[in-house]
Design a protein around this ligand. Structure first.
Ligand code: FMN
Ligand code: SF4
Length: 490
């Protein structure tokens, strides 16, 4: 894949013995689209759209390797062979577009979902995040060995299904392996706790198991936090050491994230925060290993990703929400059409939804589960009037035009955007202006006639737009959170 616009980003890279066509990888983003752990057609469509959109390699959302503990009810699993056929379908759909795919292997430990009937949660030690209902039970050494084997079984199954490798999740003080690594949650006094070497033991045993059973051509990538940014947590120095040990253990790539799941915003940065949030860690770690290093965290524009690679901060950019928000991110960027990319605003509606068991959704992309090419042409082309050029009106006008209707969009303001123009005013909300620009630009391309500075009454509509289908998309009212209402009174 070549691009004169972003030559570094869209140059190939070798991970282990596998060549990947470009350096935009998609990090794990849970969708809640699986059915009792099984791959669904919706999941296949979701990942196929990103593969078709040009991503080099997709790391899927968490995939649990044993049956007792569920992370989110809609997550994928691979704890027995019945899961293989679904994965075959998924791998084939992604490979069709020259994209590689790797499941993120995971055990949720103290973060398992509270499904009725779930036994007491297990963990490295008797400590867990503050929101846990009760202290978890420390996993025994025999259970560690069994779980190591289960990670290996899961990798072998995935290999049979045709995936290109696996990512082992050991970041964010999250789940079992992230928990063992961090001094925040590993308080063991046996051979699996105490020193950093001992806390790494379980992870290294899992890697050895997978490598032995899946062979040298199967990619093994480990996700780590380059720094937990937390008092008493893992530091960058620790993680340089860990990365070197991982390289020695035969890992093919290190995915440097940062922070913890508990320290809000540290692992999944919010809107208005610095882009490429963990690049300082990946840059430092890259100096100490010879395998590819990926960076992640609010990288949502192609020029930033290009600069990170050119500047030596990483070999690979993981771009999660950017590819969620626009499945065609890569193709558009590679072709030099970055202005046509649907901008992610960092609002985290996607995350809020899945944490409460809902299907993945996106504030800016109503087509997040599939790609917009899925819209059928209308059986009969009609005249359509959309009143209100806020985000809903512009989306309605665009989709109607895409389906072949003749669309007029009218707004009483002199500019498009509606209430969103006001919403973009506070600090950290600047990115909303990009959504307005993006939506308006699309309208012109789709042939929508826009009329501004015109207020229409019901009589005006009946007289001037007789026979039109009418969409009323005005009248949005801002919601003021209770805390702001209180402030305004004081
Ligand atoms: C909706 C959502 C689901 C996520 N699911 C996972 C997951 O299953 N495993 C994981 O390691 N990280 C997960 N993450 C974190 C992302 O992999 C990524 O580190 C984070 O979103 C920052 O990258 P971005 O700004 O490019 O999205 C998730 C993030 C979001 C927003
Ligand atoms: S919901 Fe918000 S943060 Fe998530 S992908 Fe969409 S715009 Fe980005």
């Amino acid at each position: 894949m070549e691009s004169s616009a972003y030559p570094m980003l869209f140059s190939p890279i070798k991970v282990g013995t596998t060549e990947v066509k470009n350096r935009v990888f998609m990090p794990p983003v849970s969708t809640n689209l699986a059915d009792h752990g099984y791959v669904t057609d919706d999941l296949v469509d979701h990942y196929r759209a990103r593969a078709k959109g040009g991503v080099g390699l997709i790391i899927t959302e968490v995939v649990t390797v044993e049956p007792t503990y569920t992370y989110l009810p809609g997550d994928m699993c691979c704890y027995d062979d019945t899961f293989i056929p679904g994965w075959e379908k998924l791998a084939a759909a992604v490979h069709e577009y020259g994209c590689k795919i790797m499941p993120q292997l995971f055990h949720p430990a103290y973060m398992a979902f509270n499904i009725p009937g779930t036994p007491r949660l297990i963990a490295p030690s008797f400590v867990g995040p503050s929101y846990a209902r009760e202290a978890p039970r420390p996993i025994t050494v025999d259970e560690i060995h069994e779980l190591t084997h289960q990670f290996g079984d899961a990798a072998v199954r995935m290999q049979k299904a045709g995936v290109d490798g696996v990512e082992v999740h050991a970041a964010h003080a999250h789940g079992m392996l992230g928990g063992f690594l961090t001094p925040l949650y590993n308080k063991r006094t046996d051979e699996y706790g105490g020193s950093l070497d001992a806390r790494m033991r379980f992870l290294l045993e899992v890697i050895a198991e997978i490598r032995e059973r899946c062979g040298k051509d199967f990619i093994i990538d480990v996700r780590i936090s380059g720094d937990e940014y937390t008092d008493g947590g893992l530091t960058l120095n620790d993680m340089i050491y860990v990365s070197r040990r991982l390289e020695k253990a035969g890992v093919d790539m290190i995915h440097v994230s940062g922070g913890t799941t508990i320290k809000r915003g540290s692992a999944i940065p919010a809107a208005g925060t610095q882009q490429a949030s963990h690049a300082a860690c990946s840059r430092e770690i890259k100096k100490h290993v010879n395998i590819p290093v990926a960076t992640v965290g609010r990288i949502n524009e192609a020029w930033i990703a290009e600069e990170l690679i050119e500047d030596g901060a990483a070999d690979i950019c993981m771009m999660g929400r950017a590819n969620l928000c626009d499945a065609e991110f890569c193709n558009k960027a590679a072709a030099g059409n970055a202005d046509d990319i649907r901008p992610c605003i960092g609002c985290l509606r996607c995350l809020n939804g899945i944490m409460f068991g809902k299907r993945i959704s996106c504030t800016v992309n109503p087509d997040v589960e599939r790609d917009e090419a899925g819209y059928e042409p209308a059986a009969e082309a009609k005249n359509v009037l959309v009143v209100g050029a806020g985000p809903a009106g512009m989306e309605a006008a665009y989709i109607a035009a895409k389906r072949g209707h003749n669309v007029v969009l009218v707004d009483k303001q002199d500019e498009p955007g509606g209430e969103m123009r006001i919403a973009a005013v506070p600090p950290a909300k600047q990115e909303l202006t990009r959504v307005i620009k993006y939506q308006y630009r699309r309208l012109a391309k789709a042939g929508v006639k826009c009329v501004f500075g015109t207020e229409l009454s019901a009589e005006d509509i009946q007289r001037d737009y007789a026979g039109y289908e009418v969409v009323l998309a005005y009248g949005a009212e801002p919601i003021a959170p209770a805390s702001c209402r209180d402030l305004s009174r004081s």
